[in-house]
Ligand binder design. Structure first.
Ligand code: URA
Ligand code: CA
Length: 433
């Protein structure tokens, strides 16, 4: 087989076979196929698109390019959850103990934050002592005993995706639905899940700003998951404003605790119940979505969910006293209130700009190696549709530097306040299976 023939075949709009895709990905991983040929292929794929079979073959070839997590020692149906990335998205911290408390095994590998989005592993590290590195045996044992464990990424997972993503980034071929879908799904499948619940974000703070694009991406990922024998469901949710109120590591841990106690922000709780009920249903711990949802609501109101958070934290070495005493979490030195200048109704919040504001305080990383400050971040006091008067507090800034003028300006710019009625947006747009 010759790569040049495969490029020509795709350029002319023909379908590649499994053998051809395996040859290409295997050769590219081993550096037998050079970047320039793979670049030409990426561009051909970008323009010609890919059939569902091609997408499944590409995904599986990338899965097989490196290590795969073996969760077969863990009893039950392992359901993973993945978000395409949002601001203030604390759902994993809530969902892991929540669904575990109703009997779903959660064996989760999570990432760190980069740029303006946060990562679950950083958030967990704001709890003193919490260990995000476990051996495979420790991890399996915890999931079998407690139904829940969360670890940082380790091992050589999907090296082909890593290389291809880097190449796409510099050849203007990132923005292709089949390539994005295969890239994300390869990582989920390599992480060992039996079933996958996807949270596909749409709106100003999301990768897919337009609803139609988010739906197409969701459908592409669901088709790949199902085609690869992993039952997959996608929820399309709103990212036209940060989720909940808090953006920043320790601040989001506090918000997750409150949500598990039934005192969290309404949008965050609703999204967790929606995603969680899909997870419980896929894990066959409920016979309908409605029953799953009732179980989760009961777990929150009976205190079962917050108890599970305590066991989860202490079994990974963390200081569980933070759950009853969130003031034990890292605290910032300065709290500054950003005030409203003009009265009206909040019409627009640039979620990504709010994420950048939190990053500027030190909550996010500029590069993979930067140190982050777990204590800092912002807490929104006003969200879309809220009426505001001059002098009201819009956002509180938690910082370890006294001068936060630049961050204040950024926040003021991220908000648009107008004197006209606001039509409430949905939180959940669609569920695709
Ligand atoms: N995220 C990924 O993991 N892959 C893509 O291709 C795009 C976003
Ligand atoms: Ca939040």
């Amino acid at each position: 087989m010759r790569m040049v023939d495969l490029i020509a075949k795709k350029r002319d709009g023909k379908e590649l076979t499994k053998e051809e895709i395996d040859f290409m990905i295997d050769g590219y991983t081993k550096e037998e196929i050079p970047d320039y040929q793979m670049s030409a292929m990426a561009m051909a794929l970008y323009f010609q698109g890919m059939t569902t079979d091609e997408r499944v073959h590409l995904t599986m070839a990338m899965v097989e390019s490196g290590d795969q997590v073996d969760l077969s020692d863990i009893h039950g149906i392992k359901v993973d959850k993945h978000s395409t990335g949002g601001v203030g998205d604390t759902t994993t911290l809530i969902l892991a103990p929540l669904v575990a408390s109703v009997g779903v095994p959660v064996a989760k590998m999570s990432g760190r934050g980069l740029g303006h989005t946060g990562g679950t592993i950083d958030k967990l590290e704001s709890i003193e002592g919490f260990q995000v590195e476990l051996t495979g045996d420790q991890f399996n044992k915890l999931v079998n005993e407690q139904n829940v464990a969360v670890v940082g990424q380790s091992g050589n997972l999907t090296p082909a995706d890593k290389k291809l993503y880097g190449l796409r980034d510099v050849t203007a071929t990132v923005n292709s639905i089949p390539l994005i879908a295969s890239s994300i799904m390869s990582k989920k499948i390599a992480a060992g899940a039996d079933a996958i619940v996807l949270d596909v974000k749409t709106g100003s703070g999301a990768f897919m700003a337009e609803l139609e694009d988010a739906k197409a991406l969701a459908k592409a990922m669901v088709d790949i998951g199902n085609g690869a024998g992993r039952e997959t469901i996608a929820v399309i949710s709103d990212m036209n404003q940060p989720l909940g109120f808090a953006v920043g590591n320790a601040l989001e841990v506090k918000e997750a605790i409150e949500t598990l106690q039934g005192k969290g922000p309404e949008d965050l709780e609703e999204l967790c119940l929606t995603l969680g009920s899909q997870m419980v249903y896929l894990a066959k711990k409920a016979s309908s979505i409605d029953e799953a949802r009732e179980k989760l609501k009961d777990a929150i109101h009976s205190g079962k969910a917050i108890e599970k958070l305590k066991t989860f934290v202490s079994s990974q070495g963390g200081d569980a006293s933070v759950i009853d005493h969130p003031e034990h979490l890292p605290q910032a030195t300065y709290v500054t209130e950003v005030k409203v200048n003009t009265p009206g109704i909040v019409h627009h919040i640039s979620a990504d700009e709010i994420g950048i504001a939190a990053s500027m305080l030190g909550a996010g990383r500029l590069t993979k190696d930067s140190q982050i400050d777990l204590a800092v971040g912002v807490v929104l006091q006003k969200k879309l549709g809220d009426e505001v008067k001059a002098g009201d507090t819009l956002v509180t800034i938690h910082s370890n530097q006294q001068n936060v003028k630049e961050v204040e300006d950024k926040i003021v710019q991220a908000y648009q306040i107008a004197n006209q009625a606001y039509k409430n947006q949905s939180l959940i747009y669609d569920i695709i299976k």
